[in-house]
Design a protein around this ligand. Structure first.
Ligand code: B12
Length: 219
């Protein structure tokens, strides 16, 4: 089995130590970090997600896989960030209230830091007020929100309503993401941008920081 497939396979089995060892081997073999991430770690997490959906594995298994993902990510994080030396903007990032999923959000954070952004990561289960207050206190101009549950997606709308109520639109711009989130939903709730993955999140946030129009047609 090819090295990246082995990483995916061991991640799916929740073997954190083996995932770490194979990831180190892949780094030594000079496989680019982005390939290790997509072809190994994310591919493995996709396998788990698929089995979870079909009820072939249960939550404890998913948690072990998430730990293995973390073990691999810690090793490639410095490589993903290597090229980002210049600070191009500041963004607040968090998973919305009621939601504990943070793997995707963390990946977006790593990609943003790699692209030169300063990231204020608020973690998971973040209340709407905290997003806004942290952005104002930290001088961030972009708020990135993650939701993995259909039941927590509406919290994103609450954050945007709060920004509107406090007349902060234009000063604070929003970008949303997470598996159940779509561009249509972003338009519906009045978010400035939607991104499908970490790479496009960097592109969208770069546009917003540069004063680009976003989904709403203006800063
Ligand atoms: C891992 C996982 C867990 C782990 C989370 C561990 C952790 N530390 O994150 C644990 C075991 C804790 C968990 C718990 C639960 N989970 Co869960 N979980 C998953 C699983 C298998 C993978 C998610 C993941 O990490 N994907 C990998 C990452 C890389 O992808 P991603 O998150 O989508 O992120 C990418 C993009 O979406 C985007 N993105 C993400 N965030 C952001 C933010 C911004 C700003 C931008 C621009 C982009 C962006 O970029 C990322 C990188 O490419 C999914 C299945 C799936 N396929 O999504 C279910 C899933 C999300 N879980 C689900 C459920 C139901 C639950 C529970 C309610 C189960 C239960 N009964 O307790 C609990 C809820 C706990 C809570 N309150 O949050 C359902 C949700 C169903 C729904 N429609 O709402 C899913 C879809 C599984 C399923 N098919 O049923 N889960």
């Amino acid at each position: 089995m090819e090295l990246l497939e082995q990483i995916a396979d061991q991640l799916e089995k929740g073997q954190a130590a083996t995932v770490a060892q194979l990831t180190t081997e892949a780094i030594s073999a000079e496989i680019p970090a982005a390939e290790i991430l997509n072809g190994g770690l994310i591919a493995g997490m996709d396998l788990v997600g698929e089995k979870f959906r079909k009820h072939e594995v249960f939550l404890p298994h998913v948690l072990l896989a998430a730990k293995a993902m973390h073990a691999g990510m810690e090793l490639i994080k410095p490589l993903l960030m290597r090229d980002g030396v210049r600070r191009v903007g500041k963004a607040v990032l968090g998973t919305v209230r009621g939601d504990q999923h943070d793997i995707g959000k963390n990946l977006v954070g790593i990609m943003l830091e790699g692209a030169g952004f300063e990231v204020l990561d608020l973690g998971t289960d973040v209340a709407p007020e905290r997003f806004v207050e942290a952005a104002l206190a930290g001088g961030a101009t972009v708020i990135g929100m993650s939701a993995l549950l259909t039941t927590t997606m509406p919290v994103m709308r609450e954050v945007i309503e709060l920004i509107n109520e406090r007349e902060l639109r234009g000063r604070l711009r929003t970008v949303i993401g997470g598996a159940p989130v779509t561009e249509d939903y972003a338009r519906e709730i009045g978010a400035d941008a939607y991104a499908f993955d970490g790479v496009s999140a960097v592109d969208r946030i770069r546009d917003l920081v540069a004063g680009g129009p976003g989904l709403l047609g203006g800063p």
